[in-house]
Write a protein that binds this ligand. Structure first.
Ligand code: AMP
Length: 305
């Protein structure tokens, strides 16, 4: 089992879906990621929150063994995001992004954090992602990065620079098309790989996820769920399961990457069953194993006679 460090956002989210509405609940890319990863390995989180951030949220992460010593509480307000979804839950509409403490945040890694073997640069300003990478005293075995339309539009140059230095990118389908300026998803994945990352994971919501690794493709379906309440955090929870599993095996070979894709899908399938981290908070390791086994059945094909 190897250590996994994540830098990203810790947020208060306000979300509306056709099935309900929540205000200022716990969210953020690093939050979903680290909580999900904690089912597999030791996760450390680096982020900033404001003085208004409820302490019970930090305690919740700590209750899963997430190391929150890199969570700075600084003067000002916590990052806030609000978004809504229509009946097509694959399409998140951002209503408002208030960077607040993230506008001034400069991540500083503690000395032990500078040599972690697995690093995830979760969705955050790509300039900050690059700053974190620069602080590593040893090149991690695996660096992965996630991003979104907000940064693809607003900080493309910084994003392209950091993409040139990572091994894996996780991105959703609309954002992959936007980043590559290419409508065909297969071509878009190859174009993103040409920017630097040798492994590209495209998250496709209810259509599953696609992996491009070593020039070849692998696809997993999404778990066939009848009750999806809120897709917020699905991408980061996927990434937490994916990276958490790789770090737990301390391996990145093709077979391990494929299993990691399933664990990512398993974790994401739970997140969307409720708002915020509510379903993950009720989740047990036994349920994770059971759903993994269901995926094996879902994807099983007998060889032709
Ligand atoms: P996802 O897993 O893609 O659904 O990510 C959802 C999380 O991303 C939410 O909990 C938000 O707080 C967070 N988020 C939204 N916009 C941004 C942004 N511009 N930078 C960092 N985090 C964000």
């Amino acid at each position: 089992m190897a250590d996994l460090l994540v830098v990203g956002s810790v947020a208060l989210d306000s979300v509306a879906t056709p099935f309900g509405k929540v205000r200022e609940v716990l969210g953020g890319s690093a939050t979903y990621f680290s909580y999900s990863a904690s089912f597999f390995t030791r996760a450390r989180l680096v982020a900033a929150v404001g003085e208004d951030f409820p302490k019970e949220h930090t305690r919740l992460l700590e209750s899963r063994g997430v190391d929150t010593s890199g969570l700075s509480v600084v003067r000002g307000r916590t990052f806030r995001w609000s978004g809504e979804y229509g009946y097509d839950l694959n399409d998140a509409r951002t209503l408002d992004t208030q960077l607040n403490v993230f506008a001034e945040f400069r991540p500083t890694l503690a000395s032990e954090a500078r040599s972690v073997p697995y690093l995830f640069l979760a969705n955050i300003d790509p300039a900050l992602q690059l700053e974190v990478l620069r602080q590593m005293t040893r090149r991690p075995k695996l660096v992965a990065l996630d991003t979104m339309n907000f940064w693809i539009q607003g900080k493309r140059d910084a994003l392209v620079r950091v993409l040139g230095e990572v091994d894996v990118v996780t991105i959703n389908d609309a954002e992959a098309r936007q980043l590559a300026d290419e409508a065909n998803l297969i071509k878009a994945a190859r174009a993103i790989a040409a920017l630097g990352p040798r492994t590209v994971v495209v998250k496709r919501g209810e259509y599953g996820a696609l992996l491009l690794a070593n020039g070849g493709f692998f696809m997993v379906p999404a778990y066939p769920l009848e009750s999806v309440y809120d897709p917020t955090g699905a991408g980061d929870t996927f990434a937490g399961g994916f990276m958490g599993y790789l770090a737990s095996r301390d391996a990145t070979d093709g077979a391990t990457l494929r299993r990691a894709m399933i664990y990512g899908s398993v974790m994401a399938s739970f997140t969307v069953e409720d708002f915020s981290l509510n379903r993950l908070v009720r989740l047990t390791p036994a349920e994770v194993s059971e759903r993994y086994a269901e995926f094996e059945q879902l994807m099983r094909v007998e060889p032709v006679e």
